[in-house]
Unconditional design. Structure first.
Lengths: 88, 176
C-alpha cells in the first residue's frame, strides 16, 4: 500500500510539471492563472495523499482546506487586479 | 525509488524559483512565487513538519500572493515588465561558491530522523515527557508555543497585529 501511495505521489508531482510548463511559458496572464489553479488542485490532492501515506489524514485535510480557501482568494485578487488595471 | 518524491519536488522548486527570477513581468513573477511557496509547503509536509507546512501554505502561497498583488496594484506603473540590469560579476562568482560551501557543510549534519542527533537528545525528550503533566495540553507544539513560550508568542502577536494595522491603513488610503 505504501509503495502504491508513493507511486501515486510521484505521478501527481510529475503531472504538476505539465501545468508548470504552462505557467512558465504561457503567453498571456490567463494561461498563467489557469496553470496556477491547476497546480493548486494537484497540490491539494498531493497533501491528502501524503496524509494517507503517513496515516494522519485528518491533520492534512486541515492544511489542504486552508490552502484551497486562500487559493480562491488569490485567484480572485488576480482577477480583480486585471479588471481594474486592464490587460497587460 | 526511496527519494523519488523528494527529487521531483526539489526539481519543481528549483524550476519555479528560477522562473520567478527570469520571467518577464511582475505579475508572472508573483504567481510563480506563490507556486514556489506551495512546493515548499509540500516539502515540509513530506518531511513531517505539518505545522510549518500549514503556515507556509496559508501565508506564503495564499496571503503573500494577495499582498504582493495589492502592492503592485497600489504602486507599479501600468507597464510592469521587468528591465533588470545584468548581475554584478562578484555575485556571479561568489554565490555559487557560497552554495558549494553550504553543501559541503551540510555533509556534517545528522541523518534525517536520527534519534541520536543533538537536537533530539538535548531538551526535546524533557518536553515530550513532561509537557502533558505540566500544561494538560495534548499537542506538544501547542504546549511549547502557548505555555512555555507564552510571553514570546504574545509579543509576536503584538508585532503581527501592528503589521496588520499598518497594512490596513496603507490600503485604506489607497482606495479613498
Amino acid at each position: 500500500m505504501k509503495i502504491f501511495l508513493l507511486c501515486v505521489l510521484v505521478l501527481l508531482a510529475l503531472l504538476i510539471g505539465a501545468y508548470l510548463y504552462r505557467v512558465l511559458q504561457g503567453p498571456t496572464i490567463f494561461d498563467r492563472v489557469l496553470g496556477l489553479n491547476g497546480i493548486s488542485t494537484k497540490a491539494i490532492l498531493l497533501l491528502i495523499v501524503i496524509g494517507m501515506y503517513f496515516e494522519r489524514v485528518e491533520m492534512f485535510v486541515d492544511i489542504s482546506t486552508g490552502y484551497a480557501l486562500l487559493n480562491l482568494v488569490g485567484a480572485l485578487a488576480v482577477a480583480k487586479f486585471l479588471e481594474q488595471r486592464g490587460l497587460p | 525509488m526511496t527519494f523519488a518524491l523528494e527529487f521531483t519536488l526539489l526539481i519543481l522548486l528549483l524550476v519555479t524559483a528560477a522562473g520567478a527570477i527570469f520571467v518577464k513581468d511582475l505579475i508572472s513573477a508573483v504567481l510563480l512565487l506563490g507556486c514556489y511557496s506551495f512546493f515548499l509547503a509540500l516539502v515540509w509536509a513530506w518531511l513531517g513538519a505539518v505545522d510549518v507546512a500549514f503556515v507556509e501554505a496559508v501565508v506564503g502561497a495564499g496571503l503573500a500572493t494577495v499582498l504582493f498583488l495589492l502592492t503592485l496594484f497600489g504602486t507599479a506603473p501600468k507597464d510592469n515588465r521587468l528591465r533588470r540590469p545584468p548581475p554584478p560579476m562578484a555575485a556571479v562568482i561568489a554565490l555559487p561558491l557560497l552554495g558549494i560551501l553550504l553543501l559541503y557543510a551540510a555533509n556534517d549534519l545528522p541523518e534525517f530522523g536520527d534519534p541520536g542527533s543533538p537536537a533530539s537528545v538535548h531538551i526535546s525528550p524533557t518536553y515530550l515527557e513532561q509537557s502533558y503533566s505540566d500544561t494538560r495540553t495534548p499537542n506538544v507544539v501547542t504546549a511549547v508555543l502557548m505555555d512555555y513560550r507564552s510571553l514570546d508568542t504574545m509579543v509576536e502577536t503584538v508585532v503581527i497585529f501592528a503589521a496588520g494595522i499598518a497594512c490596513a491603513l496603507l490600503l485604506r488610503r489607497q482606495t479613498s
